[in-house]
Design a protein around this ligand. Structure first.
Ligand SMILES: [Zn+2]
Length: 474
């Protein structure tokens, strides 16, 4: 049985206003070649200046995933020729990266897997070649050239495609909590390459292939799955895995080798002569560590102990920082923690996903939601009415109290009204009445449902139950 051995390299665009070494905007989606200057165009004599905020974000990301941040790191030139790389080299970090030796625990069935992070380094992005703008030609957009990145390199500690995906989900959640990147895969602000090899028990690590061009986590999982199968097939037929770069084709569901000429690089790294060593004294590193937010795994654990939520619910509610903040605001406004969890995971998330997808844009803020839920828990309104009021609040922006008052939605406990509704339902369902009296007790649900509908959801279901029982058995 072959064992897969997987390591990941993740490029993450840092959320800065300007580029890594010049003052141009690092914004996505501008007209091509409008955010460029002599530095990022690589014009002779232009000199780079390190973006302090990018360094801060890079160090923060590293501390968040338990790395050691170094007081001194060195920028280096990685030399290669490519049309979207106007300088003819990329400024990156080579043998002295800003951070090393981190880890992330990846939840799975049973014990979490610890995936070690070998290094994190700062670098600038290349521009972008556009193959679909001009028929028969390739265009180059240099807006992205020089935007700040961190590259995160794991040790080959991952053993399955699903585990690779789980690692990426955990990493993305961490980076979002740290607010260092948008992590938007569609816009390319988070890009993943996978190093894949297989081995028999006891075998040393063999040659690996590097799989590129995956634009979603599910494609990362599919591509690694495909590549493992391809390598196993090769070995079983007596072939050998070659060290090469594979390009994932999501449409065809397969990875194909890039021409080998393109990947036989000798980058001739050397220290960047235009930049001094990057120094961060221990005091600054300490301040950055102090300023870390409560990380998602810690918050998830706290949701379990403090709010008594199941692991599954705690994980769901800590999926993003704004969602976790929203939930905790509802709880601190006085709603019982499981009831709050049910509403946030249910009606709130459904409405958010049907809208902009961002909880920060959602019309019903935590305090008004808590007011609605207090009307429910006090018995002023029934659960079905609460859900109606919720929908009306989302549309109108009115408070729960005013919707209930204006529309007369308060729960009806008036006996006469209940008696009338029940009598009406019984009168129009003679067949069901006969079957119920004949012992088909499940029909109770049918009668209660009809009365609730007749009452517009305002009847107290418990009381309805009692009255029906009295009338049908009495
Ligand atoms: Zn520039």
């Amino acid at each position: 049985m072959f064992e897969p051995v997987i390591g990941l390299e993740i490029h993450v665009q840092l959320k800065t206003a300007t580029k890594m070494f010049c003052g141009n905007a690092a914004e996505y989606g501008a007209l091509p070649n409008t955010h460029v200057c002599p530095v990022c165009l690589g014009l002779p004599g232009a000199l780079p200046v390190i973006n302090e905020h990018a360094v801060r974000l890079g160090a923060r990301a590293a501390l968040g995933v338990h790395c050691e941040v170094h007081e001194e790191s060195i920028f280096a030139r990685k030399n290669y020729f490519y049309p979207d790389l106007p300088k003819g080299y990329q400024i990156t970090q080579f043998d002295r990266p800003i951070a090393t030796n981190g880890w992330l625990d990846v939840p799975g069935e049973g014990v979490p897997t610890r995936v070690r992070i070998r290094r994190i380094h700062l670098e600038e992005d290349a521009g972008k070649s556009l193959h679909d703008r001009i028929p028969g030609a390739t265009a180059v957009d240099l807006n992205r050239a020089g935007t700040p990145l961190v590259e995160i390199v794991t040790e080959p500690d991952i053993r399955s495609p699903a585990e690779a995906r789980a690692f990426l989900v955990q990493l993305k959640r961490a980076l979002e909590y740290l607010e260092v990147s948008d992590c938007n895969m569609e816009e390319g602000s988070l890009r993943v390459d996978a190093n894949v090899s297989i081995r028999l028990p006891g075998e040393d690590l063999g040659p690996k292939t590097e799989v590129k061009n995956m634009n979603s986590f599910s494609n990362v999982e599919r591509a690694i799955h495909f590549e493992i199968g391809r390598q196993i097939g090769l070995r079983e037929r007596g072939g050998a895995v070659e060290h090469q770069t594979m390009l994932w084709d999501a449409g065809r569901g397969e990875a194909r080798p890039m021409r080998s000429k393109e990947e036989s690089h000798d980058y001739r790294y050397f220290p960047e002569p235009d930049l001094p060593p990057l120094r961060l004294d221990s005091g600054r590193i300490g301040e950055l560590r102090e300023a870390l937010p409560e990380m998602p795994w810690a918050r998830q654990a706290r949701f379990g102990s403090e709010h008594k939520l199941s692991t599954k619910h705690a994980e769901l509610l800590t999926a993003s920082r704004p969602l976790a903040d929203y939930y905790e605001a509802v709880v601190s406004a006085g709603v019982e923690s499981q009831e709050a969890a049910n509403w946030v995971m249910g009606d709130v998330l459904a409405a958010v996903n049907a809208g902009t997808g961002s909880i920060d844009d959602f019309a019903i803020r935590p305090a008004p939601l808590a007011e609605l839920l207090s009307l429910l828990s006090a018995g002023t309104i029934t659960r079905p009415v609460a859900r109606q009021v919720f929908a009306r609040m989302a549309q109108s922006g009115k408070s729960a109290r005013s919707i209930v008052d204006e529309e007369g939605l308060a729960q009806v406990r008036d006996d006469d009204a209940l008696q009338r509704w029940v009598a009406e339902v019984i009168a129009e369902s003679p067949g069901e009445v006969e079957r119920f009296r004949g012992g088909d007790a499940k029909l109770m649900g049918f009668f209660v449902g009809k009365v609730m509908k007749l009452s517009g959801g305002k009847a107290d279901p418990k009381q309805v139950n009692t009255v029906i029982r009295e009338k049908l058995n009495g």
